[in-house]
Design a protein around this ligand. Structure first.
Ligand code: FAD
Length: 547
């Protein structure tokens, strides 16, 4: 029996779905930031990626993968250990699409060397776009990509893995990695008693011929169906990095026993486990006692990805907010035409312009660091500062984006509630806020000459921008104080703002001027729309953000 028509069933004054959009070409600030940092030649490839990831089908995969969360299958029906995590097919499809585009390995050559050119910038654009659709699966994608930097410390191990790690296939089979078409890697550092202070790790490793046997636990180990993990454990000479595969060389399942999965605020399509190792087989990566120095190579890259993903989440928030405001009328006028909403949206657009310019500039430094000491200095000093600033901004930004959609922003059918729940994690993992600030101080004290050169560059790149000279003075003052650690957040935030103004100046000088006027000379309180921008700039920013 068909339902009788009823007048409330007509839906009007609601925005159409924001889907089937080219997430690259429709994003002029992204296109410009990629071009300014050397990736312009890949515009065609990125547009194809942007169209694919902007499709309704991909959005649906993201929704379904988060609504159907992974399940731990500890034992089979007869009581045998399984230690498998089951994911919804939508999660596997997201993994396959990312792997197919090389998001997990395209910055490396087939033998695991940096690919050079603009490979970091081009891959970052893909990561930025994919983060707008689904971030949980990006956890193993980013760890796999980053693991190569740590594995480089053990060339024989890297040489064995690269033929499988270097393919663009995703192979979810629970089989030994050397039999598979493609593989993913995770990492296990954090223990109950310490995540930041990994020196307190209690997990220990004993030599067993050329390999090791590892016993202990990890309090967080994400993406447990990875084919292998880089794990820290105490060996005779101290904390050491190891490669721990899911299967031992004889083909038996390695003794990696998952205890439970975390029940997380967000990041729900991804599984994060608590795990015990019972004499688990592992191979050493790097020298004994040099575990932190080895794994930090990987962590530097995952920190970079945290910043890219948070910038992508904010971009998605802005795009949804703007799209909605252009369709929704309140008091007979579209929201997008209401002066106060324009003030909010244009200030948000300015923030995203600066964030994307900054992360792409950072990725350029990763591209060039192997052959350019100046760029290596930029990468070292600014990775923690940029991770700090970009990731910490995301939750507040996404909250504001939700509010632009009113009540619709707050409900789970839309993507913004998911983005909002996801957004704090990038600041927490891979080095939390304070840890990033302390890392900037460490870079300043250990590599003072390189840091000074970076400051000199930033000073010349921001010359004439409002508040830039004062910002440099105030950063210096804060850092010189005897209680410098206590002032570190103030200094690092200013440093990131200065770097953002410099990066934006290379992309769009007018917007760099507005950004500097409101954030360096002005005191932006974190409330969007509480700044005065000229009318023609408001419309320019909004048009650029979304045509
Ligand atoms: C969803 C999720 C997935 C994760 N996946 C993994 C994974 O796959 N592998 C893995 O190894 N870990 C993983 N982690 C763990 C994560 O990396 C740690 O939680 C993080 O490093 C912080 O460590 P902690 O939780 O022990 O906090 P603590 O180290 O106890 O830190 C608590 C707070 O103290 C601050 N702090 C620390 N030192 C100082 C200091 N000297 N001065 C001032 N403040 C300080 C920190 O900034 C932080 O805010 C995951 C975490 C989450 C939430």
């Amino acid at each position: 029996m068909t339902q009788a028509p009823f007048f409330t069933h007509d839906v009007f004054n609601q925005s159409p779905p924001f889907e089937n959009v080219d997430l690259f070409t429709s994003d002029a600030p992204l296109v410009a930031a990629v071009a300014a940092n050397g990736g312009g030649g890949a515009a065609g490839d990125l547009a194809e990626f942007g169209r694919h990831w902007g499709s309704a089908a991909m959005a649906e995969r993201g929704r379904v993968a988060n609504e159907n969360t992974p399940k731990l299958r500890t034992f089979d029906s007869k009581g045998n250990r399984r230690d498998e995590v089951e994911f919804h097919p939508a999660y596997h499809e997201l993994m396959a699409h990312s792997a197919h585009a090389g998001v997990h390995n395209s910055t490396w050559t087939a033998d695991g060397k940096p690919a050079g050119g603009a490979s970091e910038v081009i891959r970052a654009a893909k990561f930025y776009i994919a983060a707008q659709v689904e971030t949980g699966h990006l956890c193993p994608i980013t760890m796999t990509r980053a693991s190569v930097a740590a594995l480089a410390e053990q060339p024989d191990v890297l040489a064995r893995l690269m033929p499988v790690l270097g393919t663009r296939s995703y192979d979810p089979a629970f089989e030994p990695w050397w039999t598979k078409r493609g593989m993913t890697l995770g990492m296990g550092m954090t223990e109950k008693q310490g995540g930041t202070d990994v020196r307190s790790n209690m997990t220990w490793a004993e030599r067993d011929g050329d390999a090791y046997r590892i016993t202990g636990h990890k309090w967080f180990m994400s993406a447990p169906m990875c084919d292998a993990f880089l794990v820290l454990a105490q060996a005779e000479e101290g904390l050491t990095c190891f490669l721990m595969p899911r299967f031992a060389p004889d083909g038996s399942v390695n003794t990696i026993h998952f205890q439970r999965l975390k029940d997380k605020l967000g990041n729900r399509s991804n599984a994060s486990s608590e795990v015990e190792f019972h004499d688990a087989y592992a191979e050493r990566v790097g020298d004994e006692g040099k575990g932190i120095r080895t794994i930090i190579q990987m962590v530097q890259l995952t920190r970079q990805d945290c910043a890219i993903a948070s910038a992508g989440l904010m971009r998605s928030g802005l795009a949804h907010a703007l799209h909605h405001a252009r369709h929704r009328s309140v008091f007979q006028k579209h929201l997008a035409d209401q002066p106060l909403m324009q003030a909010v949206l244009s200030d948000m657009a300015l923030h995203v312009e600066a964030s994307v310019a900054l992360v792409m500039r950072l990725c350029r430094s990763f591209d060039r660091a192997p052959d350019d000491a100046q760029e290596a200095g930029y990468m070292r000093l600014l990775t923690p500062a940029i991770k700090y600033w970009v990731c910490k901004n995301a939750p507040g930004f996404l909250y504001e984006a939700m509010e632009c959609l009113g009540g619709n922003g707050y409900v789970e059918e839309g993507i913004l509630a998911r983005h909002y729940r996801e957004s704090p994690v990038n600041a927490i993992w891979e080095g939390s806020g304070n840890v990033m600030c302390l890392d900037v101080l460490r870079a300043l004290s250990r590599e003072a000459d390189a840091a000074l050169a970076v400051f000199q560059d930033l000073a010349s790149e921001t010359q004439g921008l409002p508040g830039a000279t004062e910002a440099i003075t105030s950063i210096g003052k804060a850092l010189r104080r005897a209680d410098g650690e206590r002032m570190a957040r103030l200094a690092v935030e200013k440093l990131a703002l200065l770097a953002a103004a410099a990066a934006l100046n290379a992309v769009s000088p007018r917007h760099a001027e507005l950004f500097a006027a409101t954030r360096l000379a002005g005191n932006h309180t974190g409330m969007y729309g509480a700044v005065e921008l000229p009318s023609e700039d408001i419309s320019g920013l909004l048009e650029r953000a979304l045509p």
